[in-house]
Ligand binder design. Structure first.
Ligand code: F6R
Length: 608
């Protein structure tokens, strides 16, 4: 959803900005641009395509300036072109601005500016902002920015430089994230931490309605009413190598291979004395938990599938009524939400616009809100009553993999903890579950060692254009996740169905050219799943099954089996999801797709 980076200090801004844009490219990658101080003026360079295309142009220019802003775009208003790429400049050539978000009243603002004789060169809502700023400026930048804020409706994170001010960058936020970095004699702003991680780990998270002034000497902040703010500085515990490929050809593959470690670190320090103990992190206790009647799990995309997996264990280990919903639906629904509802928001980024809007609605209605997220200082984390962090480290590949693993690990811990606090899970049961939990990282690593088998399978099916994914019970959301991974990075059409639903419609699709991927661990629904395999086989569809080691019946029924180590029923998603991620990866690779930056997608969806 667009990435912004800004720098002012003692280094060459151009290289800091380019480096930052490369680290933000997962947020949008149809065009990129930067604006850098160049003597008395500001040089703006924009190009369609990836940041590497922009870099090729910059090679020939010797930009020495120490102040600048950059942007990588995911188009909303206006097609993909160099003119529409950011940064945008006002008609006087004074203010230069990069924007992430959507200005909802841009049409009305533009009409008023046109009536004043101001002309526009792009089709973007962003150009409206910079032209309006220029119009509002009367010599006092803070006054102009406050007035600008009052006129804009919609979402925006802005980074602004002024041709006549060599020392500052100004930032505004309403909706999309903006993090400010404090260095020695330098300051940074960015849409996400990895962009500034090579330079500083001291950050301030901007909140909605705030204005920031960055200079080499430090950062000053004001709220909407113009009052100066003292904000907390956070120390980021990610290091720069976590945001690099580390010898892997793609971030996605590296992140898939990190999953044993992610599960391990998400469990670390949370299993104490043979029990799950989250009391140091969240304030849910017996008293709070006893007032709940229902749990709602709300999320988007892959995080929604993690929530669906969690639903199956919450219903086993607690006595709470459950509802799982997609955030973009939940935010507009009429259902009962109140102080007796625990609403768990699952979001790796903590910045997804629909999830944040759903959280605000639930909070207004008095619910207890808990975020399960990977980003400590994210909007969701700061808005909720409680936060349970995944310990996944930064995820750069657009397709979520290791954060899904972190999410299900954290949600399982939460389900066990709540089950115990409500007295629905007994000590022996909890100990049995913990025994299994601590073996999971090794089992995940065993599956990863079998990557060559998955790669070989992807070679066989690389030309298939339609897949059906089936699963029952806890394997149904894994079928959905497997299908989503395949379609988003290899552009292969893949549909997921609850295996029992196949005969109610999708069976019509089956024929020898439609492979069926069936998630079939030997669990309580195994026999039923085998019957569904028979039905698909009878239509001559090739069967690819994911099942437990040494499952001879499955080997007889399926054409191909991807084996994973045995787990008790509730834990199979931890191992069955991994071959599906690898399959999607290798399919995309064989088909020559851009794996880390799939077309039309952006990692963090900060607009509705
Ligand atoms: C799929 C994917 C998306 C995200 C979704 C929610 O691979 O990454 O479906 O899961 O956009 O994002 P978060 O978890 O940041 O709220």
């Amino acid at each position: 959803m667009c990435g912004i980076v800004g720098y002012v200090g003692h280094r060459k801004a151009c290289s800091v900005l380019l480096d930052g844009l490369k680290r933000l490219e997962y947020r949008g990658y149809d065009s990129a641009g930067l604006a850098v101080r160049d003597g008395e003026g500001i040089k703006v360079i924009k190009e369609v395509g990836k940041v590497s295309d922009l870099e090729r142009i910059l090679v020939g220019l010797d930009l020495e300036g120490r102040q600048g802003i950059g942007h990588t775009r995911w188009a909303t208003h206006g097609g993909v072109s160099a003119v529409n790429a950011h940064p945008h400049v006002d008609g006087m050539g004074r203010f230069v601005l990069a924007h992430n978000g959507i200005v909802e009243n841009y049409h009305e603002l533009k009409e008023a500016l046109l009536a004043d004789g101001i002309s526009f060169s792009s089709e973007t809502d962003t150009e409206v902002i910079v032209q309006l700023l220029s119009k509002l400026y009367d010599g006092d930048i803070l006054r102009a920015l406050t007035a600008l804020q009052a006129r804009l409706e919609g979402s925006y994170a802005l980074a602004i430089i002024d041709r006549d001010d060599f020392n500052h960058i100004y930032c505004l936020r309403n909706g999309p994230p903006l993090v400010l970095g404090l260095g020695e004699g330098e300051s940074f702003c960015a849409s996400d931490i990895p962009a500034i991680l090579p330079y500083t780990r001291r950050v301030i998270y901007m909140d909605d309605g705030e204005i920031a002034e960055l200079s080499p000497q430090g950062i000053a902040l004001w709220d909407k009413s113009g009052s100066s703010l003292q904000k907390k500085t956070f120390f980021v515990d990610w290091d720069v190598s976590m945001a690099e490929k580390g010898g892997y050809p793609h971030f996605m593959l590296k992140e898939i291979h990190e999953q044993g470690g992610v599960c391990r670190s998400t469990l670390k320090d949370r299993l104490i004395g043979g029990r799950v103990d989250l009391s140091n992190e969240i304030s849910l206790d017996e008293k709070v938990v006893s007032r709940f009647e229902g749990v709602h799990l709300v999320a988007c995309g892959t995080s929604y599938y993690a929530a669906l997996v969690a639903e199956r264990v919450f219903e086993r280990w607690t006595d709470l009524d459950l509802k799982v919903d997609i955030a973009s639906e939940y935010r507009y629904r009429q259902g009962k939400i109140g102080p007796d509802t625990l609403v768990i928001f699952v979001s790796q980024s903590g910045e997804t616009a629909d999830t944040i809007a759903a959280e605000r609605k639930a909070r207004e209605m008095g619910a207890y809100c808990l975020a399960v997220t990977n980003v400590r200082g994210s909007t969701l984390a700061r808005d909720c009553d409680d936060v349970l962090l995944l310990k996944a480290g930064p995820e750069i590949g657009v397709a979520a993999t290791k954060t899904f693993m972190g999410q299900i690990t954290a949600l399982y811990l939460l389900a066990i903890y709540i089950g115990r606090l409500r007295g629905t899970l007994h000590v022996e049961q909890e100990m049995e579950l913990i025994d299994e939990l601590i073996q999971l990282p090794y089992k995940i690593e065993t599956v990863l060692d079998r990557e060559p088998v998955v790669e070989e399978l992807a070679s066989r099916f690389a030309d298939s254009n339609n897949f059906l994914f089936l699963g029952r019970g806890i394997s149904y959301p894994i079928a959905m996740e497997g299908a989503l991974k395949l379609k988003e990075i290899s552009y292969v059409h893949a549909e997921a169905y609850a295996a029992g639903e196949m005969k109610h419609g999708p069976i019509a699709l089956l024929e020898p050219k439609v492979p069926v991927v069936v998630i079939a661990p030997r669990d309580s629904l195994y026999e039923k799943t085998l019957s569904n395999i028979q039905e698909a086989k009878a239509r001559h569809a090739p069967i690819i099954a994911v099942g437990f080691d040494d499952d001879e019946r499955l080997a007889q029924e399926a054409n191909y089996v991807l084996s994973v180590p045995y787990t008790i029923e509730e834990f199979s998603p931890f191992v069955t999801v991994v071959p599906l991620q690898l399959f999607a990866y290798h399919m995309a690779k064989k088909r020559g797709c851009e794996i880390d930056t799939p077309r039309n997608l952006a990692k963090s969806v900060t607009v509705e």
